[in-house]
Design a protein around this ligand. Structure first.
Ligand SMILES: NC(=O)c1ccc[n+]([C@@H]2O[C@H](COP(=O)([O-])OP(=O)(O)OC[C@H]3O[C@@H](n4cnc5c(N)ncnc54)[C@H](O)[C@@H]3O)[C@@H](O)[C@H]2O)c1
Length: 249
């Protein structure tokens, strides 16, 4: 059984990950880290990485960018592999995570669902093949989400932009400039409401026809399962940077 420290243990994804882990025999949460100290039924939660005294096989992070520096320092010092799922990171934090992967194994994905990994591949192909089609992304999430656009919308946009001969510029929520759409754009719109776990629609609009590709996560559990599978995959790996394509090809 792989022993896991869960950062963001008291948040929505933390609770869901603990719930999914409790039903499995190959993984066990031994400690949580969050903003307050709590004694839960299955494990305790501390409010600072300096209070972590247990040795773990891997750390799963579903929390917030503000904890990233302390978290990386802890993982590097104790040689703990990191499954990094938190979104809304700055470019410099992303680079810091990449640098950490020279010392410890790091698995990072802004979307831990198996089928979203497949959607990204299809979108890359569609962007390449449908050269003169306008691309618009609409992402919908629950009303508690802090960052916008979603990390997944940005991955989709970056993947499709790189697949094009000429890179695309991104236009967010299309209300600030009242002018015609340019051919070199990718539009990205964010919608927030209710309990939507994650919904991404990619539309390719050509002359007289449109193609839509849509992925709907029906429960947060899909991300928890992905993170747990990534943790098991990562626990015995050498230092390096891994993502969903290493897990599912
Ligand atoms: N990669 C994926 O597949 C995926 C899927 C869902 C959510 N996410 C991301 O995971 C993150 C968490 O999502 P959530 O819905 O659980 O959010 P949430 O707000 O419900 O939970 C975040 C938790 O992190 C804790 N936290 C915040 N700052 C902290 C700090 N400085 N130190 C310790 N703990 C701190 C909060 O107290 C909270 O318990 C978000 O960035 C979200 O976008 C990623």
């Amino acid at each position: 059984m792989k022993k896991v420290i869960l950062c963001g243990a008291l948040g929505n994804m933390g609770k869901t990950t603990a719930e999914v882990a409790s039903l499995r025999e190959d993984i066990g949460i031994i400690l949580g880290v969050d903003k307050e100290e709590v004694l839960l039924e299955d494990f305790s939660v501390v409010d600072n990485f300096s209070k972590v005294k247990k040795q773990a096989d891997v750390l799963i992070d579903f929390s917030h960018s503000s904890v990233l520096n302390d978290l990386l320092e802890f993982c590097i010092k104790n040689k703990v592999p990191l499954v990094s799922c938190t979104t809304g990171l700055t470019k410099s934090l992303e680079e810091k995570i990449k640098r950490a992967s020279r010392i410890i194994p790091v698995f990072r994905s802004e979307n831990m669902s198996i089928s979203m990994n497949f959607v990204i591949k299809i979108c890359k192909l569609a962007a390449k093949s449908l050269e003169n089609f306008d691309i618009e992304i609409v992402e919908r999430h629950h009303n508690q989400k802090l960052d916008a656009p979603s990390g997944t919308a940005l991955i989709l946009a970056n993947t499709m932009s790189e697949a094009k001969k000429n890179k695309r510029t991104y236009v967010y929520d299309r209300h600030e400039e009242q002018k015609k759409r340019q051919a070199n754009e990718i539009g990205i719109s964010s919608v927030r409401g209710g309990t939507i776990a994650g919904d991404h629609e990619i539309m390719y609009a050509g002359r007289y026809e449109t193609l839509s590709i849509r992925h709907v996560a029906q429960s947060r559990k899909v991300f928890a399962v992905g993170a747990i599978n990534a943790a098991i995959f990562l626990a015995d790996k050498s230092p390096g940077f891994y993502d969903m394509s290493d897990l599912f090809g």
